[in-house]
Design a protein around this ligand. Sequence first.
Ligand SMILES: Nc1ncnc2c1ncn2[C@@H]1O[C@H](COP(=O)(O)OP(=O)(O)OP(=O)(O)O)[C@@H](O)[C@H]1O
Ligand SMILES: [Mg+2]
Length: 324
Amino acid sequence: MLLEVRDLRVEFRTRDGIARAVDGVGYAVDAGETLAVLGESGSGKSVTAQAVMGILDTPPGRITGGRVLFQGRDLLTLKERERRRIRGAQMAMIFQDALSALNPVLTVGDQLGEMFVVHRGMSRKDARARAVELMERVRIPAAAQRVRDHPHQFSGGMRQRIMIAMALALRPALVIADEPTTALDVTVQAQVMDLLAELRREYRMGLILITHDLGVVADVADRIAVMYAGRIVESAPVRDLYRAPAHPYTRGLLDSVPRLDRKGRELYAIKGMPPNLMRVPPGCSFHPRCPMAQDVCRTDEPPLYEVPGGRASACHFWRECLRG
Ligand SMILES: Nc1ncnc2c1ncn2[C@@H]1O[C@H](COP(=O)(O)OP(=O)(O)OP(=O)(O)O)[C@@H](O)[C@H]1O
Ligand SMILES: [Mg+2]
């Protein structure tokens, strides 16, 4: 297994108390595989990714438990110097907002080239040539000229391509893309996603794709992990999850996506709001919003039950849920 996260825990200490932003999360990604991580705002998708990458803001964040096994090594036990060597070269991250992730005062050529200078010991000249190649690879028109431009001189879509080029420059084994297309308009979103999927195939990378967009997930992901209030509540191969979700929260997410075959029908919305992480409800944290909730859900926290077909669900009533 390329990456295996086990029982990861991250807390934020705030004036109002301790928020368990990541509360025992586990997931795994193999080489060449795409795992989509789905869930409402604040469910812990990004904080999990930051902890895996080793870029969590500490303080206020603190990893309080778990393991992050990358190619068999627990990253949480490595020294920062070793982690830095892995970051960039073997695992890389693509962020939502390229403008704030790229350095505004350097040309894109210098930023791309820097990767080869630092990690590969190349000369400036060779690094520049590799930067142009990379820009061509992510289909930036007139790459040989544009390599001298600064990030703000590119459109949003082109900037996102540059960030993809940065992330993939050293052909990492694992890429984490955190809402990589959310800031773009719909047609550009599709182009950037297609490019990312194509490169992932070509390089046989493992990809963790954090997204709100269930439409995107269906096309590119192999597996899905659904997060709610700092936990994984369901995980399954993508097709099985679409066909029959094993958690009412997943069902709610699926039912709230507009579909052509249900035109004219009112869209479903999951009632209520995600919980405040300082005051997570007892029992199943989803119970106040759940249309299937029973007494046991208000008192007993569901474990992550194994569901046939390589799936898992944190619902006491996953069988009923599967039946629809
Ligand atoms: N710097 C911080 N200080 C305090 N709490 C934080 C901080 N960053 C994150 N959190 C807490 O961690 C929780 C999870 O945040 P995270 O950014 O992982 O959510 P997310 O699932 O990525 O949401 P989104 O879809 O909005 O990006 C938040 O609900 C918040 O309570
Ligand atoms: Mg996020």
